[in-house]
Design a protein. Structure first.
Length: 192
């Protein structure tokens, strides 16, 4: 083995070891970026100097995985609470072959005020749709945004996106949360 090859191999092994330590230290969600980093490091360390007969190998030419996405929440934060409710509720309803109606009912009982739950059931009976989603189907995406305090309550805007590709429809819902973090109303217009 010559010295150049031995040095390159040690560099490659160090990069692979660093990537492994990073992946184990950060958990499963960091594995793809860590692996991409290792591949980029190995490619950079094994690239040959350009000559007239060869072209340089660029580390950037290899596809690199995007950074892992993160979601931040805080217990007691009204926006987090509404986002948690809608995320879990949509997950429970989204399995078209076997939706978890027991979970959906439990989530409603936990997050909605009893008075609003009764009004919502009456709305659903009149309209033949899910009152939490204001639709007969389940959205593909949702966004939750703070809309500010209103006396002892707080309003949060939930934007639901139905469909995919060029055939999407957005529904904006205004969720009123009482001071004890329970949902007291869901409407299509702001209470402001």
């Amino acid at each position: 083995m010559n010295r150049k090859f031995s040095a390159r191999r040690r560099t490659s092994l160090r990069a692979a070891a660093a990537g492994l330590v990073l992946a184990v230290g950060l958990g499963v969600s960091a594995q793809m970026p860590a692996q991409a980093s290792v591949h980029a490091s190995v490619a950079a360390s094994t690239a040959k100097a350009p000559t007239a007969a060869s072209k340089p190998v660029a580390a950037a030419s290899k596809p690199v995985a995007a950074a892992p996405k993160s979601v931040t929440g805080t217990p007691g934060n009204v926006v987090t609470r509404v986002a948690d409710f809608y995320g879990a509720y949509i997950d429970a309803k989204a399995d078209y072959t076997d939706p978890d109606t027991t979970l959906a009912k439990a989530l409603r009982k936990h997050y909605l005020t009893p008075d609003f739950a009764n009004r919502l059931a009456a709305w659903e009976k009149r309209n033949g749709a899910d009152g939490v989603l204001r639709a007969q189907n389940v959205p593909a995406r949702w966004t939750v945004t703070d809309n500010g305090s209103m006396g002892h309550s707080h309003e949060v805007v939930v934007t639901l996106t139905f469909g995919s590709g060029e055939t999407t429809q957005k529904t904006k819902l205004f969720v009123l949360v009482e001071r004890y973090n329970r949902i007291a109303d869901i409407g299509t217009t702001s209470a402001r």
